[in-house]
Design a binder for this molecule. Structure first.
Ligand code: IVH
Length: 676
């Protein structure tokens, strides 16, 4: 290729971008999807990197429209930036507290103190300080890796550059929210739907001069990595943040008991309008840092914190149609297509109707006038029907009894726990036999917490599926890139980028692999504990022989429901075929224990009976943290049997016969240098 040809190609792409920018930002009429836009932009930037002579002041790397840029350097967070679980009502809070009490083996809920902090609806950022200097700032990104947005963060007045206070930790990542106050938002005459979008757009500008023009603020509320920090509780931490020169939330409070949390929630919800920025709920954090540490994290969120959302915004609209969506587990979800309405700054045209029972209970019909609610990032839903406005000729909605995709029968499961029929109706296809389920399974396979393939999002999967480039997960690894580069919106460079991203993900952890299969009832948390138990993919594939599946019952957290689901998964021939094909193409990494040199190194343990002041789950996690291994049978491989109150006599007797050391709680704690 000669330089003229490259230049012509480059300028054509720039011209296209300018046209799309104008349509998007000025005319508010986007002409292409975000994904296609990003592909085009990446092509331009890649060309510039390869041929620097091309760079031109109309390039998206120089002049920025208000579109988040994807060009920041990615940096791994030392401590991941997780999200929070949601609570909507008192019962959710009771359940949250109950789980904590169980885990910590505490009986009295009065002993639990919370730091209750307004949840600002902005963009989180992590500020890295070393010896008091702000050296780097990251966006949340995917929680594991963020983008280096230091220069943009430096334009924010609320962020101190140098902290000289004596007790400021030697190294600390200060985390908090970047946001715009409502009054400032009104002054910006750009086309952002709400202050949050404006903050996000501004913070991720490539040019910090643009960020500087927008009055961003920062409120600090937590920390990630910290070295040399002696603070014992969240409320003390907040006080310290203030003394170090950070802004903190004025409405934060120390509270005990669910009843008081509810009262505070009500008060703050009433005050919400007086607060100069958007808040969408309250975050509750267990105040004591030692307890937070003991509780640790589940898959995506800490066990010691939850977000209690405020009730939603709502609007009135009309149901144009009811469509049935089929999820990857075969669940049939009715979705109301409504006349588009603005709810709290966001245009809404779909609202979930949850399931068949919900439609019947509320007698929701096509043509009805309905109230639609939306809370934060939760999917909008239909709250009620205005019967006075109902058309006399309207008919009850008849829920399909056959799958709209494959035509197979649909059923409602019987729930053994609640002893009731499930509200959800499902297609009886086991999986890939039903087209709709198959595509949803593939979308799940590439999703963020599964294979997480850069540049292969839901829309592209749908597109490749429509073009028959992908029918099963393994097809992703055999894609015809020659054909892809000729597709509309693609090209040599983007096809080769995709090829690279896919190649990169062929090495995958066992837990991600198990999760990616989308086995019903095996979410991230269960996939993680199963992977930990099985250690390698060979053991996982062996489950298909069905014999070993029962052993999974010994894992804390895995019950009959999960076991049956795994059994069903392996009974399906297509699933076995997919597994064999994936195994040929992937390298599934075995689990490496995190700390191999702990105090309980190379020692195996089993627990029987009730321990004092510590739950079974915590005891196990404590053994594992110290490099010990939990085994589920008393046999020669067992080094120690730990006995609590009322142990199983049979286990103790076998242990005695086999000369296995028996520990009571105190002697076990002593091994860990702890007193029990
Ligand atoms: S604590 C693991 N505290 O809410 C602890 N988050 O859904 C998570 N947020 O990404 C963060 N106010 O953007 C925390 N006082 C507060 C918060 C807060 C707002 C946001 C933050 C986070 C999201 C979690």
């Amino acid at each position: 290729m000669n330089n003229n040809f490259i230049k012509k190609n480059y300028l054509e792409k720039i011209k296209k971008i300018q046209k799309y920018n104008e349509l998007y930002y000025v005319k508010s009429k986007p002409a292409i999807s975000d994904q296609k836009y990003d592909v085009l932009k990446k092509e331009v930037l890649d060309l510039e990197n390869k041929f620097p002579f091309l760079r031109n002041n109309k390039s998206p790397s120089v002049s920025v429209g208000y579109k988040p840029s994807k060009n920041f350097t990615k940096v791994k967070h030392k401590v991941p930036m997780l999200s929070l679980g949601n609570a909507f009502d008192e019962q959710d809070l009771i359940n949250f507290e109950k789980k904590i009490l169980n885990f910590l083996s505490l009986e009295n809920s009065n002993s639990i103190e919370y730091s209750a902090e307004p949840k600002i609806d902005g963009i989180s950022a992590s500020l890295i300080y070393v010896n008091g200097s702000f050296i780097r700032g990251l966006s949340r990104g995917d929680g594991i890796e963020g983008e280096d947005i230091t220069e943009n963060l430096k334009t924010i007045n609320d962020i101190p550059n140098l902290i000289k206070t004596k007790n400021f930790p030697e190294e600390i990542d200060i985390r908090g929210e970047v946001f715009i106050e409502n009054n400032d938002f009104k002054k910006i005459n750009e086309k952002f739907a709400n202050p949050r979008n404006a903050a996000s757009g501004s913070l991720r500008q490539k040019d910090p001069n643009i960020t500087n023009k927008i009055p961003l603020r920062f409120i600090a509320y937590t920390h990630g990595h910290a070295k040399g920090m002696k603070i014992k509780s969240q409320t003390d931490f907040l006080k310290n943040l203030k003394s170090w020169g950070f802004k903190t939330n004025l409405f934060s409070k120390k509270i005990c008991g669910v009843k008081n949390l509810m009262l505070n929630h009500k008060n703050l919800e009433e005050k919400r309008k007086e607060i100069p920025f958007d808040i969408d709920g309250i975050v509750y954090k267990i105040n004591n840092f030692d307890l937070q540490k003991r509780l640790g994290f589940a898959a995506n969120a800490p066990r010691w914190a939850i977000a209690h959302k405020f009730s939603a915004n709502s609007s009135i609209s009309e149901i144009k149609n009811i469509e049935i969506q089929i999820g990857r587990t075969g669940a049939l979800t009715p979705v109301a297509k409504i006349k588009p309405v603005n709810i709290g700054g966001v245009m809404v045209s779909n609202a979930t109707l949850h399931n068949e029972d919900e439609i019947a209970r509320k007698d929701i019909r096509i043509g009805d006038t309905v109230t639609v609610e939306r809370a934060g990032d939760v999917i909008p839903h239909v709250v009620s029907v205005d019967l006075k406005k109902r058309n006399q000729n309207s008919k009850k909605f008849i829920f399909p009894t056959n799958c709209p995709s494959c035509g197979k029968k649909t059923v409602k499961d019987y729930n053994v726990i609640t002893k009731k029929e499930d509200a959800v109706r499902r297609c009886i296809s086991e999986g890939y036999e039903c087209k709709k389920i198959a595509i949803e399974k593939i979308k799940h396979f590439v999703s963020k917490d599964a294979f997480n393939i850069d540049g292969l999002g839901k829309k592209i999967i749908q597109n490749f599926w429509d073009l028959r480039l992908i029918k099963l997960p393994q097809d992703i690894f055999d894609l015809n890139f020659g054909a892809i580069e000729k597709l509309d919106g693609w090209g040599k460079l983007s096809a080769s980028n995709l090829k690279f991203s896919i190649e990169e993900k062929k090495k995958i952890s066992l837990e991600r692999f198990i999760y990616s299969l989308g086995i019903r009832h095996i979410g991230q948390e269960n996939a993680k504990i199963i992977a930990k138990h099985l250690k390698n993919s060979a053991n996982f594939f062996r489950l298909s022989k069905n014999k070993d599946i029962k052993n999974l019952l010994n894992i804390d957290g895995i019950g009959e429901v999960q076991i049956n689901s795994i059994k069903n998964f392996f009974l399906n021939k297509k699933n076995l075929e997919v597994l064999t094909e994936l195994n040929k193409r992937l390298s599934i990494l075995s689990i490496v224990p995190l700390n191999k040199n702990g105090l309980l190194q190379n020692k195996t343990f089993m627990l029987t009976g009730k321990l004092n002041g510590i739950s079974r789950a915590e005891a196990k996690s404590l053994i594992e943290k110290n490099s010990g291994k939990i085994i589920s049978n008393v046999n020669k491989k067992l080094d120690y049997l730990i006995i609590g109150e009322k142990p199983t006599v049979k286990k103790v007797n076998i242990a005695k016969d086999l000369n296995i050391k028996i520990l009571n709680q105190q002697t076990w704690m002593a091994m860990l240098n702890k007193t029990g």
